[in-house]
Design a protein around this ligand. Structure first.
Ligand code: SF4
Ligand code: SF4
Ligand code: SF4
Length: 315
């Protein structure tokens, strides 16, 4: 005799795609919530706590990608849970081969190091691209406000870091040496006469020289995101490498969309594969070329494939 069909509007085969993850216990699921950039208004947090108390276990889990996960939800309660969360404007996340919820640090809004509004970018990307199907594997995007990269943006399929390009007006310099001391990358050195020499290829775009200069001899010439592609964690980690510099905030969504299109096309026939591994198979040049066509002012001249972190070395 066939089993009775589940009495829920949500089809079980689509559960994982919709952020409902099967647990060990019979009929129990973890429900992953959609929290772009990790920002959760207190009112929504209260509603989540109410729902967890009514339908979930004795705790919630904070995922490494800034989501709250409600544990021990019985599938018979799915509709009630989704409806109650909806009263607090809280949505459920996604899993599977699709665009995930973007992560972000606090960015420039209140973090003294922040160079760019990462929260705004995360919300915009979430609204435009969340859940987009890749047909191949998961696709993660992350935003860091500065090169400290607290959210580990370079381990995302596409990772963004706030960046500024400094420009020196030698005539304004007081020769105090503060910028030389503050530059951790040795991108500013003093010559034998005490004058400053800027070594652009060493600069990581942190803007520290601009912040410490008492005479405003260092000024910001441009600001935007550096973009790294091909990162991932898991069994075979990769760190994404540089594909674009000083990408303006308003070009972020079309940039990701273009990378997604390339990924969909190039990964065809390769099975379940992340974009970093696709770049390793076909090389970075075709993606660079494609991006150069749409973003000629920002795409770098050349790059290297995502960097392998070999965690299996040892005896
Ligand atoms: S990446 Fe930069 S802006 Fe973001 S939290 Fe870290 S220090 Fe602050
Ligand atoms: S922006 Fe940062 S890395 Fe570049 S020169 Fe200034 S202090 Fe050095
Ligand atoms: S911090 Fe400003 S004034 Fe001091 S050496 Fe650097 S550029 Fe000159």
């Amino acid at each position: 005799m066939s089993k009775e069909a589940p009495k829920t509007a949500i089809e079980l085969k689509n559960l994982k795609a919709g952020g409902f993850i099967k647990e060990r216990g019979k009929d129990l699921f973890t429900v992953r919530l959609r929290v772009p950039g990790g920002r959760l208004p207190v009112s929504r947090l209260k509603k989540i706590a109410e729902v967890a108390e009514e339908f979930g276990g004795e705790f919630v889990h904070l995922s490494v990608r800034q989501s709250i996960e409600l544990v021990h939800i019985n599938f018979k309660d799915f509709d009630a849970v989704v409806s109650a969360l909806g009263e607090g404007e809280q949505k459920v996340a996604s899993c599977g081969a699709r665009m995930r919820v973007p992560t972000a640090c606090g960015g420039c809004e209140y973090n003294p190091q922040g160079l760019i509004d990462t929260q705004k970018s995360a919300l915009e990307v979430d609204a435009a691209l969340f859940g987009a199907e890749t047909h191949h594997h998961k696709f993660k995007v992350g935003f860091a406000g500065c090169p400290f990269d607290c959210p580990k943006s370079a381990t995302n399929d596409v990772g963004f870091q706030g960046a500024v390009w400094p420009e020196l007006n030698h005539d304004e310099c007081l020769f105090c040496g503060l910028c030389v001391k503050s530059c951790t990358e040795d991108a500013i050195v003093q010559d034998e006469n005490g004058g400053l020499v800027f070594i652009p290829e060493k600069c990581i775009f942190c803007g520290d020289c601009i912040k410490v200069c008492p005479s405003e001899a260092w000024k910001e010439e441009k600001r935007g995101y550096t973009v790294r592609i091909g990162g991932k964690w898991g069994r075979r980690p990769l760190v994404g490498t540089l594909f674009a510099v000083f990408l303006p905030e308003d070009r972020v969504i079309p940039f990701i969309a273009e990378v997604l299109e390339w990924y969909k096309e190039k990964a065809e026939g390769m099975g379940r594969i992340r974009i970093g591994d696709v770049i390793h198979r076909v090389g970075a040049e075709s993606l660079l070329e494609r991006l150069r066509g749409k973003f000629p002012d920002y795409v770098v001249k050349e790059t290297i494939p995502p960097q392998v972190i070999d965690t299996q070395i040892g005896s």
